[in-house]
Ligand binder design. Structure first.
Ligand code: GDP
Ligand code: MG
Length: 694
């Protein structure tokens, strides 16, 4: 491997406009302790960002001490590198890699889901001793659901009891993927003779099965120097050679079964060893991009072994933003459209995937640009909150420092400073974009289920506490705040106990507020009596005078209780899942499903291919309001009804609400009247479908 000066790499990363094909947005997914932090540190080091590798080799953490998320956060902070930043950029050869942080704890599954959303590819780190662990499985399934191509790194190969083959088998059986081994461990007995997998042997490097080379890392320069030597029949250790040949044959056989080009080459050359590295690489890239295979590498980050080939593989096998399917966004009329396919004239569309409160800079909004280009000092439109924003400054985050940049190009990730209301999950457009209600689909924010009171130490602490909670909610919308109507206490809500503890810890340490947390309690969400129950209310008349003006509308709705599925987040109805598919008018909100298939006659003809005519709702009566305005009014009505249950006022969950009919009375049917009518109809239908005894 040509040794390039680390400075060269970092200099390259600063060329803001790297071609989109040379950009990689990746995340590392792993069970806690698999070595995510260590591997990240080493990556940054080899990319030229840290002068010295932090704490090497540091004493191993006591696994039995109970690794809570607090230790974990403190530990990451104490290491001094900003790897807790939501995303950092570094250069590798001619590529730019944006490494996006994915939290490692189950309580933060929402956070993981949200950060996976902006990844184009992921590196899975496995502990060679522990193999596939619980959290590996959870995060793996999330990545599968979102169609994220992955490569795997079997880490800690230096530990006693490390099992490379066993871990690969577990990937097959427990993760249900097709691992393709591109490296095997190079074991060496202390006497010097290399042996694959022998008992007294030590992990000394890796064998590259594609190039048939051994790779060894120097220990003097923290693994910066790699020595490659060819592994052929003349190699002194014949056992190693045979192992490598076996792995090479297995690799070619696997690829032949999946890739036409490789089978053709194999039929021509009739030799597993003769197929060129570049052809194998190209096939592995194709198959990885379509998530058919998962290339597997190995190493020991802590011993500085195996990290550079891992970064090479990120570049070689993981997708650029251009290799990904077109991004989907929801238009104000409920239809789904592809964005980012407009070439040069493309309008800006960016996703705020993380908001971090910074004591010096204020809120830092991490964005990924999906279409167009985001320029500094421009007016933006937040289509999720419907408010204007201004991007004062744009930043690129590196490991040790920050650079101000003039723009964030398509496919890239950066930070906006100066935004006032933007929250995690919001969509940002150009202020002049006529598509005011266009939002990127994909990030669901569930409402909190655990609550705890937050008690300010004194009255002068009340305001800071409230402000800290608000800032935290902007960062993490799955947190919530509410005032207990009986006691007047401020309640902080979250997804689990640890989630609340971390939030509290952050209030004390980052926001320096003086407060205490009270006892934890669970909030029960309301829903209808049993799964599959449908409550229909086909004609609900609304007629009321507000400020001397008459408001009228008539709506029909049906409400169905959805099945709770095992993996928690998702729900299915007896009519099957139709969420998210184009033009069905269906959307998911807070564990509920909302179906509004409103259309006018022309529209109905156009979309009946997607939806049977019997399911379309054509408004009767008369109105001047266009369909999108009607749809928004209906949607607002449904959301308002779902936000407060008829029994105890808790938010509703697991309901499928469908608009069944809408009758309008000309100018008396204002959007407000329509919303009120629909809201009352839904509330009544839920009440009718609820348990009569309560
Ligand atoms: P994370 O929780 O996934 O971020 O894992 P860390 O990077 O914090 O590593 C967890 C523990 O495993 C730490 O004590 C590391 O020093 C140790 N560790 C990480 N990589 C290796 C490795 O390659 N070999 C060995 N023996 N220990 C490692
Ligand atoms: Mg870590």
């Amino acid at each position: 491997m040509p040794t390039q000066s680390p400075r060269w790499y970092s200099a390259h990363a600063r060329k803001t406009d790297v071609a989109i094909q040379n950009c990689r947005n990746i995340g590392i997914i792993a069970h806690i302790d698999a070595g995510k932090t260590t591997t990240t540190e080493r990556m940054l080091h080899y990319a030229g960002f840290t002068r010295r590798i932090g704490g090497m080799p540091i004493k191993s953490k006591d696994v039995d001490s109970g690794d809570t998320i607090m230790d974990y956060m403190k530990q990451e902070r104490e290491r001094g590198i900003t790897i807790t930043s939501a995303a950092i950029t570094f250069g590798w050869k001619t590529h730019r890699i944006n490494l996006i942080d994915t939290p490692g704890h189950v309580d933060f599954t929402i956070e993981v889901e949200r950060s996976i959303r902006v990844l184009d590819g992921a590196v899975t780190i496995l502990d060679a001793v522990a193999g596939v662990e619980a959290q590996t499985e959870t995060v793996w399934q999330q990545a599968t659901r979102q169609g994220i191509p992955r490569i795997a790194f079997v880490n800690k190969m230096d530990r006693a009891g490390a099992g490379f083959g066993r871990t690969v088998r577990e990937m097959r059986t427990r993760l249900g993927c097709r691992p393709v081994v591109v490296q095997i461990p190079l074991m060496e007995s202390p006497s010097g003779a290399s042996r694959v997998g022998s008992n007294d042997a030590q992990f000394a490097g890796v064998v590259d099965v594609l190039t048939m080379e051994t790779l060894r890392w120097d220990s003097e320069f923290s693994g910066t120097k790699i020595t490659r030597s060819l592994l052929d029949a003349s190699y002194p250790d014949q056992t190693l050679y045979q192992e490598a040949v076996k792995a090479r044959i297995a690799l070619v056989e696997q690829l032949s079964a999946l890739d036409e080009n490789i089978i053709e080459l194999f039929l021509t050359l009739e030799n597993h060893m003769a197929i060129e590295t570049k052809d194998l690489q190209a096939a592995i890239r194709r198959l990885t991009l379509s998530s058919i295979i998962v290339p597997v590498l190995c190493g020991a980050s802590f011993r500085n072994i195996g990290v550079q080939p891992l970064i090479d593989s990120v570049v070689d096998y993981l997708p650029s933003p251009d290799d990904r399917p077109a991004t989907l966004a929801r238009l104000p009329d409920g239809k789904v459209a592809e964005i980012g396919v407009g070439g040069l004239k493309e309008r800006l569309c960016a996703l705020a995937f993380k908001v971090i409160h910074d004591a010096k800079r204020g809120p830092m909004v991490f964005v990924r640009v999906y279409a167009g280009q985001l320029n500094e000092r421009t007016q933006l439109w937040n289509s999720s909150t419907h408010s204007k924003e201004r991007a004062n400054k744009l930043l690129q985050m590196y490991a040790m420092d920050v650079e101000e940049i003039p723009h964030i190009t398509k496919g890239n990730i950066g930070v906006i400073l100066g935004l006032k209301d933007t929250r995690t999950g919001d969509t940002l457009l150009d202020a002049h974009d006529p598509r005011k209600g266009l939002t990127l689909s994909g990030i669901k924010v569930p409402s909190p289920v655990f609550f705890a009171s937050v008690e300010p130490m004194s009255t002068s602490d009340e305001k800071p506490v409230e402000e800290a909670i608000k800032a935290l909610i902007r960062e993490d919308p799955s947190l919530g705040m509410r005032v207990d109507e009986e006691t007047g206490q401020t309640l902080l809500g979250g997804m689990g106990e640890l989630h609340l503890e971390v939030a509290m810890e952050r209030m004390l340490s980052d926001f320096k507020v003086k407060a205490e947390m009270g006892k934890m309690r669970i909030s029960y969400k309301e829903t209808m009596k049993g799964p599959g129950i449908v409550s229909k209310l086909l004609s609900w008349e609304y007629d009321r005078e507000i400020l001397g003006k008459r408001g009228r509308a008539r709506a029909g709705v049906s409400v169905e209780r959805l099945e709770r599925s095992e993996d928690g987040g998702e729900s299915t109805s007896s009519e099957g899942r139709e969420c998210g598919s184009a033009n069905t008018g269906s959307e998911e909100h807070d564990g509920n499903e909302i179906v509004i298939t409103l259309a006018d006659k022309a529209d109905a003809d156009a979309v009946t291919e997607m939806i049977p005519l019997s399911e379309m709702v054509l408004p009767s009566g008369s109105t001047d309001l266009p369909i999108p305005v009607l749809r928004t009014a209906v949607r607002n009505g449904i959301l308002s009804a779902l936000s407060r249950g008829p029994l105890l006022g808790y938010a509703q969950t697991h309901l499928k609400v469908r608009l069944a009919a809408l009758h309008l009375y000309g100018t008396e049917s204002t959007p407000a009247a329509i919303s009120s009518c629909v809201s009352a109809a839904v509330t009544e239908a839920i009440r009718l479908g609820g348990d009569p005894s309560t």
